[in-house]
Structure formats: structure tokens, C-alpha cells
Write a protein that binds this ligand. Structure first.
Ligand code: 5GP
Ligand code: MN
Length: 335
């Protein structure tokens, strides 16, 4: 695992100063953007607009998941496969993005691009000119709060709602082991800034469409438990499941965490065929502390990465059954 340099409190203020020193921002997050990616981007865009910045939001997903359409500036999102990263005076900001290949393409690390990378992935490659990376943060939103707080940026109710969304989703609703006392202190601060937590969580989790549930009912009977005392679980999801359910790839959000609620299970994988791109297979992994291998171990074996206990990979030309077999063989050989 690429080791990130030790995080330093000074990185917070330095990141804030860099944001203040630039009037034009292009903000991006990782592909297959989740609640932390979108919550962090919308928080920063909102704070930037409040401070008179000109901001653009780019991303490599054709569309963002509708779940997060309640967040401010969701409509500003612009889909771009690649950018030239050469606008004079522009600050290119990456949030929740562990390396330059996980988002909009075209970022050449050798060009010393005017860029800022704020992230909490332990395998972040520190690819930007300036990096504020703390792998102990539950979420990029938690770290971004500390950047904004360090620089005395106003945390309006809108900004607070975005940050709350990011922290809530990446900490599994404050249930994952990345949830710290500081996480809760920051959440308390966000609630004091006006967040109605019950109202926001209604948007984030009490919002499943019948189509999403239908997709899960196709996938779950395929759940395979294996290994000593059934500590491993794999679920396969095919393109045809999405067609029959009448939904898209974003409908898998939350499914890995649901499978992780199974008693005795230590590591789970979902293997999903992208219904929108032939041959593309998404892998998601989650693991518990007692697992003989971490989610990160198996994700990196499959060519991806992420966090120790929540990781993933994207396979470009693959087959769901073959990918699942490789994962199963890896897990069984590492028990
Ligand atoms: P999810 O299963 O929710 O899609 O992803 C879990 C975690 O793994 C997230 O932090 C996500 O950013 C990371 N992740 C997912 N796919 C990849 C990948 O292909 N490469 C890397 N480095 N991280 C990934
Ligand atoms: Mn994150």
C-alpha cells in the first residue's frame, strides 16, 4: 500500500489559504461518485460561491445518483471524460479522489498543475501540487470541515447539510470503525449550524424506490457464503437485473453495507456488471476487523484500492462469473 505522508494540522490552513488565493475553481471527485464525494463537492462549491469564487463542477460519471439531487448546486454538474487542465489561473481541486486516474482524465502529474487534493484515502498517491490527506478522517467531508474551520470560512446551514451528508454516508451512519470522537464533535457543530439530522437522513436513506428494492431481490438470492464458518459472502449482479428492475447502476448503493449486516460475515464482495457499458464490472468490498484479509487486500489484488475496510475496483473487460471466481479463490487461499 502506498504510504501517505503523515498528516499535519498545518495542511488544513495551507489548503484553506490556497482556496482563498484563487478566484476560479474547478472541483472534481472520484468516478462513481458517492455521498462523500458529492457532499464534499457541493459543500465546497457552496462555500466558494458564498465567498465570491467562480466555480465549476466536473466529473467522469455521465450522471450523478439522483439520491443526492437534494444537495445544493447538483444542477451545476458537468460530465467530462477528460480535461486539458491548462486554464490560466484555474485551481483544480480534487475531493475524495485517491489518484489522478479515478476522476476526469488528462491530469499529468509531471506537469505541476495548479491543483489541490483533499482526501481521506490511505492509498492516496499525493498526486497534486498541494495535498491535504488524512487517512484517519472518517470522510473527505470531515476533513473539508476542518479545512474550512481552520480558515474561518462561514459554515452556513447549506454548507453544513452537504458536509453532514458526506460524513453520514462514509461513516455508515456513524457505525463504521472510522467514526471517531472528532467525527461526533464535528457533527454536533453541523447540527448547531442548522442541520436537521432526521430531515437530511430521510433524503439519504429513507428514499429507496421500488425499482431499487426489486433489483436487490434479484441479487440477494444469489448470495454465496463460503470459507471457514461462512465468513465470506459474494453477491453477483448482472446487467439483465437492472433491465428487469428498471433501474441503473446507482441502485447498488447501500447493498454492500446491507450484506455486511449478516451475522458472522467478515468480508463481503459485490460483483456488478455495468448495464451501461459492455464488459465493465464494478467490485465493492467491505470487511470487519476480525477478517483474515481486508477489503483493501482483495481490492488491490483485483487492481483497485480504497480504504482498509471499504474498497473497490473497476474491471474494464471482464465477466461477472469469472471475476467472482477469482475473488473466491483469493479469499479461500488467504483464510
Ligand atoms: P464502493 O464500494 O463504495 O464503490 O467503494 C468503496 C471505497 O473504495 C471508496 O472509498 C472508493 O473510493 C474506493 N474505490 C472504489 N473503487 C476503486 C478503485 O478502482 N480504485 C481505488 N483506488 N479505490 C476505489
Ligand atoms: Mn470518501
Amino acid at each position: 500500500m502506498t504510504k501517505t505522508k503523515n498528516f499535519n494540522e498545518q495542511d488544513l490552513l495551507r489548503a484553506s489559504e490556497t482556496l482563498k488565493a484563487h478566484d476560479n475553481w474547478s472541483v472534481m471527485a472520484h468516478r462513481k461518485a458517492d455521498g462523500d464525494a458529492i457532499g464534499s463537492v457541493s459543500a465546497l462549491i457552496t462555500a466558494g460561491l458564498n465567498a465570491g469564487k467562480r466555480v465549476k463542477w466536473f466529473g467522469a460519471d455521465p450522471e450523478l445518483p439522483v439520491t443526492y439531487s437534494f444537495l445544493p448546486h447538483y444542477d451545476r454538474y458537468i460530465y467530462r471524460d477528460s480535461l486539458s487542465f491548462d486554464e490560466p489561473g484555474e485551481l483544480y481541486i480534487f475531493l475524495d479522489c485517491s489518484n489522478e486516474n479515478r476522476g476526469v482524465q488528462g491530469f499529468d502529474v509531471s506537469r505541476n498543475i495548479n491543483s489541490l487534493n483533499i482526501d481521506h484515502h490511505g492509498d492516496n498517491t499525493l498526486f497534486a501540487r498541494e495535498n491535504c490527506v488524512d487517512s484517519l478522517s472518517s470522510s473527505t467531508a470531515e476533513l473539508l470541515f476542518r479545512v474550512l474551520y481552520a480558515g474561518n470560512w462561514e459554515i452556513t446551514k447549506q454548507v453544513a447539510e452537504c458536509l453532514y451528508t458526506g460524513i453520514f454516508t462514509d461513516s455508515g451512519g456513524f457505525t463504521f470503525s472510522n467514526t471517531s470522537a472528532l467525527t461526533h464533535l464535528i457533527i454536533a457543530n453541523l447540527i448547531e449550524s442548522g442541520v436537521d439530522s432526521a430531515h437530511i437522513t430521510d433524503f439519504i436513506i429513507q428514499n429507496k424506490t421500488p425499482e431499487i428494492i426489486k433489483l436487490w431481490t434479484y441479487a440477494l438470492p444469489r448470495l454465496k457464503l463460503f470459507g471457514h464458518e461462512n465468513i465470506f459472502a459474494v453477491v453477483k449482479i448482472y446487467a439483465d437485473d437492472f433491465d428487469r428492475a428498471g433501474t441503473d447502476i446507482s441502485a447498488t448503493t447501500g447493498l454492500p453495507n446491507l450484506i455486511m449486516t449478516l451475522r458472522g460475515v467478515k468480508l463481503i464482495a459485490t460483483v456488478t456488471e455495468n448495464p451501461a457499458r459492455n464488459g465493465e464490472v464494478f467490485l465493492s468490498f467491505r470487511s470487519r476487523e476480525q477478517s483474515p484479509v481486508t477489503a483493501w487486500n482483495v481490492a488491490s489484488f483485483m487492481g483497485g484500492g480504497g480504504h482498509q475496510r471499504a474498497a473497490g475496483a473497476t474491471l474494464k473487460k471482464a465477466n461477472v462469473d469469472e471475476a467472482a471466481s477469482r475473488i473466491e479463490a483469493y479469499l479461500l487461499s488467504h483464510e
